[in-house]
Write a protein that binds this ligand. Structure first.
Ligand SMILES: *[C@@H]1O[C@H](CO)[C@@H](O)[C@H](O)[C@H]1NC(C)=O
Ligand SMILES: *[C@@H]1O[C@H](CO)[C@@H](O)[C@H](O)[C@H]1NC(C)=O
Ligand SMILES: *[C@@H]1O[C@H](CO)[C@@H](O)[C@H](O)[C@H]1NC(C)=O
Ligand SMILES: *[C@@H]1O[C@H](CO)[C@@H](O)[C@H](O)[C@H]1NC(C)=O
Ligand SMILES: *[C@@H]1O[C@H](CO)[C@@H](O)[C@H](O)[C@H]1NC(C)=O
Length: 490
């Protein structure tokens, strides 16, 4: 079934707002969490049985010859020049039957930067579910360029992660960002399983398009709902690596920031965090503790009511960085950097930029007489209660597993991650230790058997955006398989 042209255009415009607007992203994950926590039984029944029509072990593989050159970006409109790395963008078809294709943006590592030779390949995934890795990850967190307030020109990100690695931003699943399906019924079937399968199919085909990266060490990094995507994709890669008819992906490790990995512990951690940061009253916190039982499978209306009470108390804040200013459309131009995070209105500039026809043309995002859709924050189906079994599997397979946590995020707060770490029950081999960057505490880390946990001090949910230098330092340590270090300059 194919959607008509006018309908698609409307959807593009409408959903793009949903998918890149920071506040909506936060609200999206938060409302999903609350829904899952208070309507657990209903959620399970309605979502776990979605039949995927192509759910089988055969992976679609197609010829990619010549497509790499076609994907090369000559120059992005408004881009500062010159730059010392190459960029590519385009589509990879993941289902020929449904005509489903995923969009990627790839930035190679800077050619003259020192350090690691044969720099690794890193796949970056944003969360949501349903939020864009291009609009969020690349253009406001760790990519080489950010969008200026005019919504038309770019400036260089001095702490871009492609200083030390080749970074592949994937918009996933279909319906997110520029990724689309010509079979519109696909969108109602978006869920964890489909996302992992399509992302794997994307990777296998992308590596045919860029065969020089086949033998490169491969890592997956991301944040938020990618706490679901990444362990699931990692395990699918490990499983398919055992099938000799597929390319072996040299997956070495995964790193997830403010990772949503469990529902009960996450929501418990949220209210504890609100209370510990003086965002809600002791009374309301006590109420929530008495009406919400996050450890058992039950639906609770009282719990939902008390959560709403908490929302009234904490007021309108940026859930992703509780100390950052929120974007107000009326006075966004008056925003001054205050040392706490980035411009809160950057999502608006990014939205304008990515809507420019010349930008879409430069990104090869609109070459197929359209059909791209910016839907994606609409439907979500299968989303397991806990992803800890997948994390355990990854650890057992000897993958490098890092969880990191910006400590002023309230959506997947550090308190939530602590509960999940406790549930994992791994033995500690290096106890809680401060790490330093430029002589100041950048955060803390704990080394578990099989997993490293690190915090980033003064960062919200989007760590590379809020604390760019500390984030890059931590990412470097992850790639080098070392604990973050540094010393105090006092
Ligand atoms: C299995 O998946 C492949 C690739 O997506 C598809 O071509 C094929 O028709 C599917 N087979 C069945 C039996 O559904
Ligand atoms: C191995 O991969 C091929 C090609 O994708 C597929 O047809 C086959 O079912 C796979 N085997 C297993 C055991 O998954
Ligand atoms: C979707 O449809 C458009 C218009 O017919 C076509 O150009 C495009 O190639 C299709 N996409 C896929 C992935 O087949
Ligand atoms: C790369 O080259 C540019 C231009 O020569 C220079 O300004 C920059 O410092 C170099 N970067 C590194 C990391 O060597
Ligand atoms: C908060 O509530 C708890 C439980 O009722 C109580 O024990 C404690 O004293 C209260 N703290 C304050 C500061 O009111």
């Amino acid at each position: 079934m194919k959607a008509s042209l006018p309908l698609l255009l409307f959807a593009c415009y409408y959903v793009f707002i949903v998918s890149v607007h920071g506040e909506n992203q936060a609200e999206r994950l938060l409302s999903l969490l609350k829904l899952k926590a208070t309507h657990r039984i209903k959620w399970k029944e309605s979502t776990m049985n979605v039949r995927q029509d192509d759910d089988n072990d055969t992976v679609y593989l197609s010829r990619q010859n010549g497509l790499k050159n076609a994907d090369k970006i000559t120059r992005l409109p408004g881009q500062p020049n010159p730059v010392n790395f190459d960029q590519y963008a385009g589509y990879v078809t993941v289902s020929p039957r449904n005509e489903r294709a995923l969009f990627y943006y790839f930035v190679e590592a800077s050619k003259n930067s020192s350090g690691l030779k044969n720099k690794p390949l890193v796949l970056w995934l944003n969360g949501g579910p349903g939020c864009s890795s291009l609009g969020t990850g690349a253009m406001s967190e760790l990519g080489p360029f950010f969008v200026k307030r005019d919504g038309k020109t770019l400036y260089e990100n001095a702490h871009a992660w492609n200083k030390i690695a080749n970074i592949l931003f994937l918009e996933s699943p279909a319906g997110v960002g520029f990724s689309y399906s010509n079979t519109t019924t696909d969108y109602a079937k978006s869920g964890d399983r489909r996302t992992a399968r399509d992302s794997y199919t994307f990777l296998i085909n992308w590596l045919e398009r860029f065969p020089e990266y086949k033998n490169r060490d491969f890592f997956i990094a991301g944040e938020s709902y990618a706490g679901h995507y990444i362990p699931q994709l990692a395990n699918l890669i490990l499983k398919n690596n055992r099938n000799k008819s597929h390319t072996t992906i040299k997956l070495k490790g995964i790193a997830i920031g403010n990772a949503y990995v469990e529902t009960g512990n996450n929501v418990k951690g949220i209210y504890e965090y609100y209370w510990s940061r003086s965002l809600i009253s002791n009374e309301t916190y006590n109420l929530i503790k008495s009406t919400c039982n996050f450890d058992v499978n039950e639906d609770s209306i009282d719990c939902e009511k008390d959560m709403n009470l908490a929302d009234d108390e904490h007021g309108i804040i940026d859930y992703y960085n509780i100390y950052a200013p929120v974007c107000s459309d009326s006075d966004s131009r008056n925003f001054m950097h205050n040392g706490l995070g980035a411009d809160p209105c950057s999502a608006n500039y990014i939205k304008s930029y990515l809507n420019l026809p010349e930008v879409q043309k430069a990104l090869h995002a609109n070459n197929a007489k359209l059909s791209y859709q910016w839907v994606g924050c609409s439907d979500w189906n299968d989303s397991p209660e806990s992803i800890l079994p997948d994390i355990k599997k990854a650890i057992k397979s000897k993958l490098r597993v890092w969880l990191y946590s910006g400590d002023v995020d309230s959506v997947v707060p550090v308190t939530a991650t602590q509960y999940s770490l406790k549930a994992l029950g791994l033995p500690i081999k290096k106890k809680w230790t401060p790490w330093y960057h430029k002589g100041q505490v950048g955060g803390y880390y704990v080394g578990y058997n099989g997993l490293t946990f690190a915090t980033v001090r003064g960062s919200g949910h989007m760590v590379p955006r809020d604390q760019p230098e500390r984030a890059l330092e931590l990412f470097r340590a992850f790639l080098e398989n070392k604990y973050p270090s540094g010393v105090s300059n006092v």
